[in-house]
Design a protein around this ligand. Structure first.
Ligand SMILES: Cc1cc2nc3c(=O)[nH]c(=O)nc-3n(C[C@H](O)[C@H](O)[C@H](O)COP(=O)(O)OP(=O)(O)OC[C@H]3O[C@@H](n4cnc5c(N)ncnc54)[C@H](O)[C@@H]3O)c2cc1C
Length: 426
């Protein structure tokens, strides 16, 4: 039996483990913390703008289990907020156990609180991963889904220091990239001024620390918009954000709160005393990062060079997904790349031709377009998502954006990929 080892249990690692298991492999998923979902533990927004199309493409390809779970665990659906239509918000406080159950139902072995610290490589092939316990775990094919967030050193060098985010590096040890350990030179995302990395673009407030009026409105409408007094507006705050889809004036002029279980505040950080000077927020405190008054996690520091099949350059049996595979932002983006990487890891084991998503699908155009952009210096300074910015504009121009389920599934069938992830390859 083909053994696929997935490094990192964020959304992309979970999707890779799922598609590899569905394709018939024996799958081991390794996560360094005590929770799956990685940065997805504090996200929640999906199906907004072009993410709707991408999720439906994955569903039509037979890889929709995780989106169906997000839908089933949504606090709000069909929400509009600045620059975004038909958004759903999954409940970040209850999502993780549900995903773990789905993976276990597919027979994925999950090892939590297990950190990969090195690799064993022979020629151009990975043989095993070395765990912090000293154990070597062998596999036929591997997926690097370790993300790009942190570690503390990066947050200190490129950001405002460790803000104590949900990744909890001091407790579980910093992120380690399988790709880098395999001696592959990684790519660094950049900001507009050429400096490296980007700061995560939102934080979470404790809902009970909001005024009752704001909390009730947030829970009924899913969104609350509070104007920021002129003197508290931050100049250049938009340029720092990891999420280009929120780099709109509405986010500099207002506090946008979304109900994802906690109150998601759509700004990288906000000094606590300033926040508390706004009516209704007098008692407010941060849920994530705990030091959300001073900073947030830094990302895009360590992206694997790879082709559109998501095979890492220079290593025959290593694939990558999520933020590790390109400068992408989002759970949806992580899941669709994870599905492809996990599936191709099984194809490697069977000596089959790798799958690429065709450019007639949003998911295929997305991957090829970003990989092309990343070859250019200016392209490395952008962040890409189905939900806004440059790529959503392109998606609309190319006629790839649709919220018509039937049309999307017909497109997938026409591309020859209907239910491709449902079939067992072995
Ligand atoms: C604060 C914040 C809010 C966000 N909000 C949203 C949102 O609302 N909607 C949206 O679509 N996107 C959102 N995003 C972006 C989105 O969460 C990410 O782009 C996406 O989920 C990345 O998934 P990933 O699997 O590639 O990486 P990650 O989520 O970073 O997961 C990587 C995993 O690998 C593990 N890992 C790392 N190194 C090792 C190792 N050596 N051994 C074992 N495990 C390891 C980590 O612990 C982690 O669990 C948000 C991001 C942040 C930071």
């Amino acid at each position: 039996m083909i053994r696929v080892i997935v490094a990192g249990g964020g959304w992309s690692g979970c999707a890779a483990a799922l598609s590899a298991a569905k394709a018939g492999a024996q799958v081991l998923l390794i996560e360094r913390t005590d929770l799956l979902l990685g940065t997805g533990l504090v996200g929640g927004i999906f199906r907004n703008n072009g993410r709707y199309t991408a999720a439906e493409e994955a569903i039509a390809m037979g890889g929709g289990d995780l989106f169906v779970a997000m839908d089933a665990n949504s606090r709000h659906k069909g929400i509009q907020f600045p620059g975004h239509n038909h958004a759903s918000f999954y409940d970040v406080t209850t999502m993780e156990p549900l995903v773990k159950k789905i993976l276990q139902n597919y027979g994925v072995e999950i090892r939590m609180m297990t950190r990969i610290i090195d690799v064993q490589k022979y020629g151009k092939k990975l043989q095993a991963l070395l765990l912090d316990s000293g154990e070597l775990v062998k596999g036929d094919a591997f997926v690097d889904a370790t993300g790009t967030a942190g570690s503390m050193g990066n947050c200190l060098t490129y950001g405002n220091g460790c803000a104590m985010c949900v990744l909890r590096c001091p407790s579980f040890g910093p992120r380690v990239s399988v790709t880098a350990k395999a001696d592959v030179k990684e790519i660094l995302g950049q900001r507009a001024d050429g400096s490296f990395g980007a700061m995560s673009g939102s934080c979470k407030l404790n809902k009970d620390s909001l005024s009752e009026e704001i909390r009730l409105q947030l829970e009924s409408d899913g969104v609350v918009i509070l104007p920021i007094p002129e003197k508290l507006r931050k100049k250049n705050s938009l340029a720092k954000k990891a999420c280009s889809q929120y780099a709109l004036p509405a986010y500099a002029e207002n506090l946008v709160l979304l109900d994802t279980g906690h109150a998601k505040l759509m700004t990288p950080y906000f000094p606590l005393e300033d926040l508390r000077s706004i009516a209704g927020l007098e008692r407010v405190r941060f849920e994530d990062p705990y030091a959300g008054g001073i900073g947030n996690s830094m990302r895009y520091l360590g992206i694997a060079p790879c082709d559109d099949t998501l095979k890492v350059d220079g290593v025959d049996n290593l694939f990558c997904s999520g933020e590790k595979s390109m400068i992408l932002v989002g759970h949806t983006e992580a899941v669709v790349t994870g599905l492809l990487a996990g599936h191709n890891a099984v194809r490697y084991g069977l000596d089959m031709r790798y799958l690429t998503y065709p450019r007639t699908l949003a998911v295929g155009d997305f991957i090829s377009f970003i990989h092309g952009q990343m070859l250019q210096e200016e392209g490395k300074k952008m962040r890409y998502t189905f939900s806004g910015g440059l790529y959503f504009a392109r998606m609309q121009e190319m006629g790839l954006y649709s919220v018509n389920r039937l049309e999307i599934s017909e497109r997938v069938v026409a591309a020859g990929l209907g239910d491709i992830f449902s079939g067992c390859l072995v």
